[in-house]
Design a protein around this ligand. Sequence first.
Ligand code: FO1
Length: 312
Amino acid sequence: MKARILALSGGIGGAKLALGLYQTLGAGELAVLVNTADDFEHLGLYISPDVDTLLYTLAGLADPERGWGRAGETWQFMTELRRLSGEDWFLLGDKDLALHVERARQLRAGASLTAITGAIAARFGIKAQVLPMSDQPVRTILTTDAGVLDFQRYFVGLRAQPAVHSIEYRGAATAGANPEALSLLADPALEAVILCPSNPWLSVAPLLAMPALRTALLACRAPVVAVSPIVGGAAIKGPTAKIMTELGLPVTATAVARYYGDLLDGYVIDRADAGMAPDFGLPSLATATIMKTDQDKRRLAAEVLAFARQLT
Ligand code: FO1
């Protein structure tokens, strides 16, 4: 079955809504196109944090507190790595490690990230498509107070503390966007595209920086609806608000809508920001957007779907 809903997502924040959509829609109806610009090679392995967050979340295997990695994880590998004075700034749990080792083996054997991810999703029993945004490398590189940094060095190594001056999505201009996502966007049966409440500048921008994907989003007949990651002048999680300030932007749902610009056909904001609705210049829905429980995720997903369908 071809998916009817395409969600664009980064890691933890986006995965929450993706899970709500997954649990609300029928088997095979959801495809999630995931940021891979946070990917990196580490300890000889290929780490794809946002893809893995989606896989673990949809499979019900994610750690509920951290949002990344596996529930019930053990850390013997890290303990032994530290004993050897190995690089220990990026945590790889024992269960998680198996995925990285197996993926690195398959990549070396010539398989694509898309094929590997699809096979893992099937092994995990996931009845949705989890699509890496590209099979070619795109990397988020930040120019900061602490110099030019790879994403994970900035985000995990330095806990997103250096001030960000500019962000580059290296490779995006020439990377081929996931063909399955492009085919869905061209399909008249597609009902909606949902931009999940991920960090627009760190997690969604790398996807939009791929020209073929941006063009396909603009051309697609289905409504494109974003869910704001900003609630009442603050980010729900992570460094979104900090980065907006550093980039000279007001920390508002309106600034996010302006950033997405003409890509959007509709915008979902929190009730706390309902007063801003006239600023967007497009249809909007104000509702409770903070997702604490799985029920919150399903309720928001159902509201976003109903709103999008009404825009068709
Ligand atoms: N985030 C951290 O804050 N510290 C870590 O040590 C860490 C390890 C890690 C390992 C595998 C994985 O899939 C994700 C991991 N993350 C970790 C999360 C990840 O770096 C970020 O949340 C995303 O890249 C941002 O979307």
